[in-house]
Design a protein around this ligand. Structure first.
Ligand code: ZN
Length: 198
């Protein structure tokens, strides 16, 4: 279990960067690359209306040619109040580094082979239920046709979706939102029809 408490670390800085009033636990069968057997893998997603902090976006928006922030401005930026931004669509969360303890506890019971990987910054990782080898997210999420990136409704139907009606809070380094078209069949499976805005 994570020892750090939700919201801030010892320095009082924000840690969690996503929160929602509920979350989805996705479950699917995946062929383990190490032993070739089919194992159960899990993923987490948050509903439309979840909230994210803007911290990363602010840094990324800095112009590469700009002189950058002065130390004073950086200090101010670092210690500014956390700003939560409501995201209108759902998201598959990825590279999860921190989970609110109640969520982590629920996963312990529901998804025992999905747990922090001590060899990889304690990133939440699926482990093969047969050989115990880690299953990297690169083989699960990134491109169409992978286990949590089904190509169409038929492939998406193989994913079991369980909505957990409990608060969700986490720190994740990557969000697959509905701006990624290849996640639309997955989101449709979760009950969100995505379409081109015109
Ligand atoms: Zn295996």
């Amino acid at each position: 279990m994570e020892t750090q408490h939700s919201g801030t670390n010892d320095a009082g800085l924000p840690q969690m960067n996503v929160r929602a009033s509920s979350y989805f636990l996705l479950r699917a069968a995946h062929p383990c690359a190490a032993c070739d057997r089919s194992t159960t893998v899990f993923a987490l997603a948050v509903p439309a209306g979840h909230e994210c902090t803007e911290a990363d976006a602010v840094l990324d928006d800095e112009d590469a040619d700009s002189p950058g922030m002065t130390p004073g401005a950086f200090h101010e930026w670092l210690y500014r109040p956390v700003q939560w931004q409501r995201i209108p669509g759902p998201a598959l969360v990825s590279q999860v580094r921190l989970l609110d303890p109640p969520v982590a506890q629920a996963l312990q019971a529901l998804a025992p082979h999905y747990r922090p990987d001590a060899e990889r910054d304690r990133q939440w990782t699926n482990f093969c239920e047969h050989c115990g080898k880690a299953i990297r997210e690169g083989t699960l999420y990134a491109s169409a046709g992978q286990t949590f990136s089904p190509k169409d409704a038929q492939a998406a139907a193989a994913i079991q979706v369980r909505e957990q009606h409990a608060p969700f809070e986490a720190f994740c380094a990557m969000f697959w939102t509905d701006s990624y078209r290849n996640k639309w069949p997955l989101f449709a499976r979760m009950g969100y029809e995505c379409s081109e805005a015109d």
